[in-house]
Structures are given as structure tokens and as C-alpha cells.
Design a protein around this ligand. Sequence first.
Ligand SMILES: [Zn+2]
Length: 107
Amino acid sequence: MFPLRKRCVVCASTEVSRALLPGCGTLWTYTVQRFMPPSPPYAACTPETFSEFGVGYVELDGVVRVESRLFGDPETFYIGMELKLVTLDLGGESQYAFAPLDAVGLS
Ligand SMILES: [Zn+2]
């Protein structure tokens, strides 16, 4: 599960263990969220502040694929592009995302 969760989303078990994943990967596939999702975890935006964003599967180490929000202009995304893990501040709420390697001002 990415990001880390305290319990399994499939069976609700709390017997989860932590695994370190690389902070960079390649875009395996993606789509663009063009309308505001109706419920959390997207509560940080309103119809006035919403702007479309990418959501994709990022392949790490060529084996593990994680689903993640993508940062950047969706028109510039392409399958196979190299991405890095960043943290976005969405109205005071932190969220993990993957951004192009050359994205600036993100950590
Ligand atoms: Zn489980």
C-alpha cells in the first residue's frame, strides 16, 4: 500500500510491515482527473479552486507499481517519463505525488 497505512485495505489486518521504496520511478500509465472528486481525501479544493491533475501508476525498480497523484501539466505527461516522489501542500494538507525530475520548488 502506498502511502503507508496502519491496516490492510483488503482484509483490515493490522499486521503490516514497512518496506522502503525508491523515490524515483517511471510513469507506467496515467489518466487525467478533469472534475472535482466528490469526497475526501480531496476536501482541500472547492469548485472554484479545483484544477485538473494527473493520476497514474508509477513503476519503481521496474517491479513495484504504486498509484499516485501526479504533479505538473497533464499535457506534458507520457508513458515512460521519469518521475520523483514529492510532497504537495494542498491547502494545509500534505499529499504524496510524483513529479517530473526537473520540477522545481518541491521536496
Ligand atoms: Zn490483507
